[in-house]
Ligand binder design. Structure first.
Ligand code: ATP
Ligand code: MG
Length: 391
């Protein structure tokens, strides 16, 4: 029997009550989706808030473990050896894998955890017993219960025992799709992919919407946004990437409106189109990468007039973050290197020299009164294109 397994420990979902099985089923669905791309066959066994993944002979458990670290809802991923739940079997398993368990540690401790109370030894007694075995096998080791180089965990569960050297941090958050469906406004910048990741982590399934402005924006810029969508999809799973052209709207705004209000007027059009697109696909929230005060269109005044457009909630998870905090997350999720590629964005096509950072609703409405808003929105909406992205 292949006794090297992955133990996925569930996070916040364990606090759910009656609808717990729904959350669990979403985790299992995501795990299965990801395991399809890993060499080998896998079986899943669920018990006691832990999903045990058993691989066939030769299955690529390292690749599986890496992928499992992207599953939202999982607090930790342990690479473990599973055995019968007897002291002898646990001792034999520790002895067989002692080199892999200890590595180059000089100090250790054993931490037994007996969730099956019919097991003959208490948790501390099991720790002492197996700790003694380890000292016999590796006499140079020292026990350090406060700050050991390695902590060997001995878990006695209902159906089996497991031995491992501690878990790696999982993705945390809530299972994909458990919180509903959101439309991410995805530009080529650093912030919006991070915003999408953060809301997916709280359980939103995502679609993404990119506004281009041909011929002012290029195919290379669109390819870059597609690459960002693929990177976000590694976490949130499948998503649809929608593209809408703002060319006519931008040209009309440049021709007919006060240049200082151009960006904010454009952002209100983005919101109109994003909400329309969200409702079209059944998404019930918008997500942006805005961060308070970062640029002229993200002052409190500017956000107030932008926010007045949509009826559905707009989530801005980066709103309170410094740029370097956002950058840190973008590096962690692998979007940073893509985001810094130097392609133009529709927002950078016509940038006012002196944007108004304190726009009022009266000023905005006065400008918009000059426009055929409905017609502009309808024609822009008709330029929609869609692409499926699998993550
Ligand atoms: P980012 O780094 O995400 O591009 P930013 O700091 O450059 O953000 P803005 O360009 O003002 O800020 O955009 C604010 C938010 O509006 C973005 O985070 C994104 O959610 C949305 N947005 C901006 N441009 C586009 C676009 N071309 N397509 C889709 N969404 C966009
Ligand atoms: Mg941007």
């Amino acid at each position: 029997m292949n006794n090297y397994v992955l133990l996925l420990k569930y996070g916040e979902v364990v606090m759910k009550g009656l609808n717990r099985s729904y959350f669990d089923s979403l985790i299992v669905r995501r795990v299965k989706q990801l395991l399809k791309f890993v060499e080998g066959e896998f079986t899943l066994e669920y018990a006691q808030s832990t999903l045990c993944i058993v691989g066939s002979e030769g299955a690529d458990m390292d690749d599986a473990a890496d992928k499992m670290k992207r599953v939202f809802g999982i607090a930790s991923v342990c690479r473990a050896w599973r055995c019968e739940k007897t002291v002898d079997a646990i001792r034999a398993t520790v002895a067989e894998h002692i080199d892999e368990l200890i590595g180059d540690a000089k100090t250790f401790k054993c931490e037994g955890k007996r969730s099956d109370k019919s097991f003959p030894l208490s948790s501390p007694a099991l720790s002492g017993e197996i700790g003694g075995t380890i000292l016999q096998l590796k006499p140079y080791l020292k026990v350090d219960v406060v700050n050991p180089d390695i902590c060997i965990k001995l878990e006695v569960r209902d159906k089996y025992a497991a031995v491992h050297g501690g878990g790696e941090k999982g993705a945390g958050g809530m299972p994909n799709g458990s919180a509903g469906h959101g439309m991410l406004l995805l530009s080529g910048g650093i912030d919006s992919p991070v915003a999408g990741y953060l809301m997916a982590k709280r359980g939103l399934a995502l679609d993404a919407l990119y506004f281009d402005s041909p011929p002012y924006t290029s195919q290379a810029a669109e390819d870059k946004v597609n690459a960002l969508a693929e990177a976000v999809a590694r976490y949130c799973g499948k998503l649809y990437m929608h593209t809408i052209s703002l060319t006519e709207i931008q040209e009309v705004l440049m021709r007919d409106c006060d240049e200082r209000l151009f960006t904010i007027l454009l952002r209100r059009f983005m919101m109109r189109l994003a909400e329309k697109q969200a409702l079209d696909v059944g998404a019930a929230a918008l997500i942006t990468g805005e961060s308070l005060g970062q640029v002229a269109s993200q002052t409190l005044h500017a956000l107030t007039v932008t926010n007045a457009i949509p009826q559905i909630p707009v989530f801005r998870p980066c709103i309170a973050m410094d740029k370097d905090e956002i950058v840190q997350i973008s590096r962690k999720i692998g979007t940073f290197d893509i985001s810094i590629l130097p392609y133009e964005d529709c927002c950078t096509v016509f940038v006012p020299r002196h944007p108004n950072t304190r726009p009022t609703m009266e000023q905005i409405l006065e400008q918009e009164a000059k426009l055929d808003i409905e017609g502009l929105v309808e024609r822009a909406f008709a330029t929609r294109r869609h692409k499926k992205i699998v993550g």
